[in-house]
Design a protein around this ligand. Structure first.
Ligand code: SF4
Length: 189
């Protein structure tokens, strides 16, 4: 679907309302640490591009998130290139597309990284705790944890979508940007 333009200032509330858990977690880690390692920056950065955050807003967003620990000068020298790279303004000028669930699920997660699908990487107890913190109905939490344990990661994600939006998600979840688009559709209806 054609996307509306999203600004850096809108990211926090959009994250809360409509990001799938993988992107929520990377964003929380970024915000808490004022830093995010390479793969997380790439995955979250491409996702944000996919929801309609233009390059200038992306630079504003990342610079502000890094600001507690990184000066503007250092950001411009060490990180701005990566942000532009996601928008294909640097390097080979490939148009990088956001990662699908399958790609995220099948990519090994370096230890201590916020990268990856939480339905894969979190223990059942950690997952239950996170989902409870989102104030999801307890049936949803139980259902999602059971599906994650059974390695039905995308079904776990779909159960969370349904619990969060109080609706049925017929299409299933196959892409973090699709999760976001479906969420905006339901919430703006
Ligand atoms: Fe993200 Fe896909 Fe995992 Fe959901 S199933 S958390 S959208 S990678």
């Amino acid at each position: 679907s054609p996307q509306d333009v999203v600004t850096a200032a809108q990211v926090p509330f959009l994250a809360k309302q409509s990001f799938p858990l993988c992107m929520q977690n990377m964003y929380s880690r970024l915000h808490a640490d004022a830093h995010l390692k390479h793969w997380g920056r790439m995955q979250l950065g491409l996702f944000l591009k996919g929801i309609g955050l233009p390059l200038e807003e992306a630079l504003k967003f990342w610079r502000a998130e890094f600001a507690p620990k990184t000066t503007g000068e250092k950001f411009d020298k060490e990180y701005a290139y990566n942000v532009r790279h996601n928008y294909a303004k640097e390097g080979k000028r490939t148009d990088y597309t956001p990662y699908s669930c399958l790609k995220i699920i099948s990519t090994p997660v370096p230890k201590g990284d916020a990268f990856g699908c939480p339905y894969v990487t979190l223990s059942p107890a950690e997952l239950a705790e996170q989902l409870q913190a989102l104030r999801l109905p307890s049936e949803t939490v139980r259902d999602a944890v059971a599906k994650s344990k059974g390695k039905h990661y995308q079904l776990a994600c779909m159960a969370v979508f349904e619990g969060q939006h109080t609706c049925i998600c017929d299409s299933g979840i196959n892409h973090p940007n699709q999760y976001y688009d479906e969420s905006r559709k339901v919430l703006l209806e």
